[in-house]
Write a protein that binds this ligand. Structure first.
Ligand SMILES: Cc1cc2nc3c(=O)[nH]c(=O)nc-3n(C[C@H](O)[C@H](O)[C@H](O)COP(=O)(O)OP(=O)(O)OC[C@H]3O[C@@H](n4cnc5c(N)ncnc54)[C@H](O)[C@@H]3O)c2cc1C
Length: 381
């Protein structure tokens, strides 16, 4: 296992304890009711981990991606939705602003995001631009001191509840990827509307929705990075997003495996605990191995991100995203199998974990896209 520092171990123990005592008891309910985990979000703010990568002067904890992964993993062990809520806010919104904003923008937005007074999100995806994100159509036209945004973003985590979003739009559509710009957009800017909220298979406590922009007036000072350089802002976050999603997949796998191990020792069939059967042992052994490998690749990536090895991270982040998400799908599916009929019932968390795990192979770049990135890297393309 990765050698964590004493501070990182303390953080892990604190979040593990919080997750077991306060997040786990809500996991069933927020999944059933498809509701945002407000209580847990507030407690994460009190624990001081929302702005985990943000310097103290802007209200953050001043640590790094390893710490962000530790929090994400420990939450996902009991509730992927709460983990997704955290990662979307802390990584996709807050960390993006930390990396790319001006000092004035940081002073304006980071303190209220780090304190949890504001909920953050990030919007790239559009109804016709998913994996091919640079084909986005959301238009931003400069008019005096404002950019006027028109178009729709879809599948946006925290979309139905968020206050501050990093939004990508085309300022020069003819220049394709070189014509994308990034903006910080508040929910009360004129012309900002929330569209529909989606009903989902998993991640049901993490609300997902559309954002609609109709002549939305965004002050010019809310441009994030330079005009037409939004692709740099966008790409700057993809690798760390994939590492953090790796931590989430790892947490889901651990939660499912722990449940299967406990059940296998307690469930008696043919006069023995089912853990005594070699076919069950083989499943448990594979789960443990996949968890160990998920841990190694995730925290290798997090350590590289902390050391600023961004070029090298491209390949490792794709490995981490792909391996951990597909491992989580295998581990949760086998956990359901170990529990037999009970695994299919909502009395046990493994059926929810299996539904949650499926998103891991889709969001933040699908498994197919990760394989394309890996192939390009190894072919030196
Ligand atoms: C619950 C949820 C939360 C999300 N949160 C956010 C968010 O907060 N912000 C945000 O911007 N987006 C978000 N997304 C969007 C997510 O990132 C996209 O769904 C994802 O990138 C895939 O895009 P798509 O759904 O349009 O699928 P498509 O790109 O249409 O892909 C469909 C299928 O085709 C495959 N495919 C596509 N291109 C290729 C290719 N070149 N070669 C081989 N196969 C290919 C894909 O792998 C996939 O299997 C979220 C999605 C979900 C489901």
């Amino acid at each position: 296992m990765q050698a964590f520092t004493a501070e990182q171990k303390m953080l892990r123990d604190t979040i593990a304890n919080f997750a077991e005592k306060e997040v786990a008891p809500l996991a069933y309910e927020i999944d059933r009711d498809e509701r945002f985990p407000t209580e847990s979000f507030k407690r994460l703010a009190e624990l001081g981990v929302l702005g985990i990568t943000v310097p103290a002067e802007y209200g953050g904890a001043g640590t790094g991606y390893t710490e962000m992964c530790i929090v994400t993993e420990e939450l996902a062990r009991f509730c992927a939705s709460t983990s997704a809520t955290y990662a979307d806010h802390a990584d996709l919104c807050i960390d993006n602003i930390r990396r790319n904003a001006t000092d004035n923008q940081k002073k304006k937005y980071l303190p209220s995001l780090c304190s949890g007074d504001k909920i953050g999100g990030l919007a790239m995806t559009e109804p016709s631009a998913g994996s091919d994100v640079m084909s986005m159509n959301l238009r931003a036209e400069r008019k005096g001191g404002f950019y006027i945004l028109n178009g729709t973003k879809t599948f946006i985590t925290n979309g139905p509840v968020g206050d501050v979003f990093v939004i990508y739009a085309k300022t020069a559509p003819e220049k394709k990827a070189q014509g994308v710009s990034a903006f910080i957009v508040e929910n009360d800017f004129p012309g900002f509307e929330r569209g529909k909220k989606f009903e989902k298979m998993g991640w049901r406590g993490s609300p997902t929705g559309e954002l609609v922009f109709e002549d939305c007036k965004v002050p010019a000072e809310n441009l994030l990075g330079e005009e037409n350089k939004g692709a740099i802002v966008l790409m700057s976050g993809l690798n760390t997003e994939r590492i953090v999603l790796g931590a989430m997949s790892l947490g889901i796998s651990r939660g499912a495996c722990e449940c299967a191990l406990k059940y296998a020792k307690e469930r008696i069939q043919f006069g023995k605990p089912i853990a005594a059967f070699q076919l069950i042992q083989a499943k448990l052994a594979d789960m443990a191995m996949e968890i160990e490998l998920s841990h190694l690749i995730t925290y290798k990536g997090a350590a590289m991100a902390d050391r600023g090895l961004h070029r090298e991270l491209n390949l490792v982040a794709a490995y981490a995203k792909l391996y951990t998400s597909e491992a989580a799908m295998r581990v949760t599916t086998e956990a359901v199998q170990v529990l037999g009929g009970y695994g299919y019932m909502k009395e046990f968390p493994v059926e929810r974990m299996m539904r949650d795990a499926k998103l891991q192979t889709i969001g933040g770049g699908t498994s197919e896209i990760q394989r394309i990135i890996i192939a390009r890297e190894i072919l030196n393309d």
